[in-house]
Design a binder for this molecule. Structure first.
Ligand SMILES: CC(C)(COP(=O)(O)OP(=O)(O)OC[C@H]1O[C@@H](n2cnc3c(N)ncnc32)[C@H](O)[C@@H]1OP(=O)(O)O)[C@@H](O)C(=O)NCCC(=O)NCCS
Length: 153
């Protein structure tokens, strides 16, 4: 586990650090400032950052929705700075997200991930997400996605 890591809500002053991590992680598919600002507005209390001793080293963004009285959530994105990977940063973000979702009474957390993104799929499987089905040509580059789901009960 990353030493002295704290998980807290995103603040506007974190934006540049998040954009650096985003670009290093997703290159041409990276979300831009406007999209993050939009998500902050819509899903702010589940837009979390991981802060190490010196800098922000990762983020996780989740949005909830309510339909017919049942609250569900979608994990929109997660990324960890390349130099901070495999130190438990994404795990700390996921633990905090799951805790916050349970506290709100959300029933289910879903996500989509490129079928070729082995590291992310391994991470989600470790957290009990199950591959439900393939979404063909889901991404702009024509790659397929896995729809993955985890119950929160
Ligand atoms: C996927 C990602 C968020 C994982 O972040 P991380 O902080 O390195 O993950 P953790 O250290 O918390 O790893 C937790 C578990 O995930 C799995 N995992 C993470 N990275 C892995 C890798 N490179 N290879 C295999 N398994 C991996 C392992 O099971 C690991 O547990 P272990 O270290 O005890 O074996 C990170 O690799 C990343 O930012 N990738 C680029 C962005 C991305 O693809 N995001 C997902 C988009 S859907």
């Amino acid at each position: 586990m990353h030493e002295r890591l704290s998980i807290r809500r995103f603040r506007e002053c974190d934006m540049d650090a998040i954009l650096r991590i985003e670009h290093a992680s997703f290159r041409k598919d990276a979300y831009d400032r406007n999209l993050f600002a939009d998500f902050h507005h819509k899903c702010g209390d589940l837009f979390l950052v991981a802060e190490g001793t010196e800098r922000i080293c990762g983020y996780m963004l989740t949005c909830t929705r309510s339909r017919e009285g049942t609250q569900t959530a979608e994990l929109v994105s997660v990324a960890v700075a390349p130099e901070a990977r495999r130190e438990g940063v994404a795990s700390a973000l996921m633990d905090s997200t799951l805790h916050r979702l349970r506290r709100r009474g959300a029933k289910r957390l879903s996500l989509t991930v490129k079928v070729t993104n082995r590291h992310a799929v391994a991470f989600y499987r470790k957290y009990g997400f199950v591959q439900i089905r393939v979404l063909p040509r889901y991404y702009e580059d024509g790659k397929d996605a896995w729809l993955m789901v985890r119950d929160l009960a």
